[in-house]
Ligand binder design. Structure first.
Ligand code: SAM
Length: 291
């Protein structure tokens, strides 16, 4: 087996060889701990019949572990300076492919058709660039790609928000929107010391088991998400006040009160106390009322 990329010595050697300097603006914090990598890959339950999509391979620390565990690995990297390094470090792994691009812009459906045609489901495994964690996750989920699990390192606080249950201060629009598509679970908390350079926030690995079908049925998903976002626009405001003036106009007070009553949601409640089933009921009635 090849010497791991993710040891402090080998990583420093590679960085020095290519004169690579980290770009903070691209969220570049590379993993230098093989135990963490083993645990991430284990959490993803890969085997040679499975495929993995990585976002931001860096110098290939996680990619090589994925290549050893899965049948095929495709990694999307935005920083062009990393491409020659990756073709060097990943040379021993013919089942890996690096795509140059921005994960927020590439045509993911096309990429899946072209690269993963032989695999019914794909697992996303990544140490995400923290500055774009939520947009990346929402994009992956909203595109409704054939995904099995998403196992991703992110800022601990964001992982806690995504996995939060109703009622607490961490529960918000992101929790409900992610939970509409997947079942989240915090797999592990990760210390600063496993990265170079060390981030100044705590990290966690979140596992999202992508659902076969959503937990609630809605008339319009667009309306569901609109209602969720509006309900958390100002956290301290009641659901009535948040929906009034955003989705409902000033002359629609009665209609809003009627809809809330029929949805069995007290107008004085706050968004953070509503379950996804209550949001679904509410948004269905709003959509049906033609608002
Ligand atoms: N996977 C490597 C590791 O664990 O050592 C690097 C992880 S580092 C936290 C994030 C990586 O994502 C960097 O390589 C960075 O250049 C890349 N990146 C940042 N923004 C990106 C984007 N929008 N699309 C694709 N890759 C991106």
């Amino acid at each position: 087996m090849n010497k791991d990329i993710a040891t402090p010595t080998r990583t420093k050697e590679i960085l020095k060889k290519y004169g690579f300097s980290f770009k903070k603006s691209l969220g570049q914090n590379f993993l230098i701990d093989t135990n963490i990598l083993h645990n991430i890959v284990k959490t993803a339950s890969l085997d040679e019949t499975k495929a993995a999509l990585e976002i931001g391979p860096g110098i290939g620390a996680l990619t090589e572990h994925l290549a050893r565990a899965a049948g095929k690995v495709v990694a999307i990297e935005l920083d062009q300076r990393l491409l020659p390094i990756l073709s060097d470090t990943l040379e021993p792994y013919p089942n890996t492919e690096v795509v140059h691009g921005d994960v927020l812009k590439v045509d993911l459906r096309k990429l899946f058709r072209e690269k993963f045609a032989a695999y019914p489901k794909v697992n996303v495994v990544a140490n995400l660039p923290y500055y774009v964690t939520s947009p990346i996750l929402m994009r992956l989920l909203e595109e409704e790609l054939p995904l099995e699990n998403i196992v991703v390192m992110m800022q601990k606080e964001v992982a806690e928000r995504i996995a939060a249950a109703p009622g607490g201060k961490e529960y918000g629009a992101l929790s409900i929107m992610a939970q509409y598509y997947a079942e989240p679970e915090i797999a592990m908390i990760v210390p600063h010391s496993v990265f170079i350079p060390q981030p100044n926030v705590d990290s966690a690995v979140l596992k999202l088991a992508v659902r076969e079908k959503p937990p609630v049925e809605v008339v319009s998903r667009k309306m569901l998400f609109k209602v969720i976002k509006a309900s958390f626009a100002q956290r301290r405001k009641t659901i009535y006040n948040n929906l009034m003036g955003s989705i409902f106009g000033k002359d629609q007070r009665e209609l809003l009160l009627d809809v809330l009553q029929r949805a069995e949601v007290d107008p004085s409640r706050r968004g953070e106390t509503l379950s996804i089933a209550e949001f679904a009921r509410l948004s269905n009635l709003i959509a049906e009322a033609g608002v």
